[in-house]
Design a protein around this ligand. Structure first.
Ligand code: PLP
Length: 372
């Protein structure tokens, strides 16, 4: 007998065709000469890194970007040939494995290079991208002197290949471009001191790619949030050069329904008391799935209509106020479309006073990702 899985009806459906569509549209927009780096860190923003990466590679991405060494190991285990770049910091003792598996690392300190030299000889030359901090204040070299020193340390040694240089923008998704423009100027300044430009200069995240000067696409763009069909901000939304399709939707089913009467209460703390007789449905999803308690009052879709989450969200279950009686097994859409209605990731983000990026990342691993 096959191992039983997914008996609970709660699942995230990931529409890989939407991801493909978004990447093909991107390709048409940027033209054929600029490489696409598919950003698949954090389990592809919670969408499932292996399936997203496979789709991205098929749609023409030539590099995968992850945040951590462990994510790079996982990607390399699944994809033998594609370039993989670790965007974040890496401990020097990862260098031997990175060199053996042809994983490209981000570097921003000369002492890191010196420490890695204790592992020489490496299996292959270790490919590196220099990170410049032009105003994000996170990681990166922040003076031209440090940049030159690091550059020399890399190119002087036969054990390293300087494959790229990049920076990251703090405000690319905002309407006011003063800070952004300053970062651009600073980065160009940094670039101008290099005796020789490496193979890949890349600065553009999604927002920069879609709404800024095309020359900032340089040799490659690091495309994250809009690959998943989500907007970096409403400002970017107002300037989109092409439409995108969201890939992530969240589904469950009614597991119980009952008629309740005026004066009765629902959930922990008995905080929600009915004003009139009505139907209350129970759905098998709660805060342990990433549907955080702050989402109390958020609407879901049942039978093509909106219905509100009432009472406190429990760890594994929640209750909704139904417009009419439905049967057990009726589909409930938490994020996505049902008939003519839609609940978006941005609706959840607004309710949670956060950004859409955070939502799929916090839908926990208990919710299976099902691919279509
Ligand atoms: C996450 C990340 C990106 C992708 O950003 P999006 O806004 O999702 O396109 C690009 N570059 C770096 C360095 C990142 O950390």
């Amino acid at each position: 007998m096959e191992k039983p899985i997914n008996y609970r009806p709660t699942k995230a459906i990931i529409d890989l065709q939407a991801i493909e569509h978004n990447l093909i549209s991107l390709r048409q927009y940027i033209g054929k000469d600029i490489q696409i780096i598919a950003v698949v860190k954090a389990n592809a923003y919670g969408h499932g890194d292996v399936e997203v990466a496979r789709t991205a590679i098929q749609a023409g991405a030539t590099m995968l970007a992850v945040a951590t060494p462990d994510e790079a190991v996982h990607m390399r285990g699944n994809f033998k040939d594609i370039d993989i770049l670790v965007l974040g910091a890496t401990p020097p003792n990862f260098a031997p494995y990175a060199s053996q598996e042809n994983i490209i690392l981000t570097v921003f300190s000369t002492s890191w290079i010196e420490t890695v030299k204790q592992y020489i000889p490496l299996a292959n030359q270790l490919k590196l991208h220099i990170k410049v901090d032009s105003g994000m204040g996170r990681i990166g070299v922040s003076t031209k002197e440090d940049l030159l020193e690091l550059y020399e340390a890399i190119v002087m040694s036969n054990d390293f290949i300087l494959d790229g240089i990049f920076t990251h923008f703090a405000t690319a998704d905002e309407e006011d471009s003063l800070y952004f423009d300053n970062q651009v100027t600073l980065f160009k300044d940094f670039l101008s001191v290099l005796p020789k430009r490496p193979r890949l200069v890349h600065v553009a995240n999604t927002a920069t790619t879609l709404v800024k000067e095309p020359s900032l696409q340089y040799d490659a763009v690091r495309f994250g949030i809009s690959m998943y069909g989500l907007l970096p901000s409403s400002f970017v939304g107002s300037k989109m050069p092409f439409p995108i399709k969201p890939a992530f939707s969240l589904h469950t089913e009614l597991i119980h329904i009952k008629k309740m009467h005026a004066g009765q209460s629902v959930g922990y703390g008995a905080t929600y008391t009915l004003e009139e007789d009505c139907y209350i449905g129970t759905i098998p999803i709660g805060y342990a799935d990433g549907m955080l308690r702050k989402l109390e009052g958020q609407e879901v879709l049942v039978g093509g209509k909106k219905a509100k989450i009432v009472g406190r969200i429990c760890m594994d279950q929640s209750m909704i106020l139904l417009p009419t009686a439905y049967n057990v097994g009726e589909e409930v859409v938490l994020i996505g479309r049902q008939q003519h209605e839609q609940i978006t990731m941005d609706d959840w983000a607004t309710k949670l006073q956060t950004i859409n990026y955070e939502i799929p990342c916090v839908i926990t691993a208990r919710v299976p990702r099902v691919y279509k």
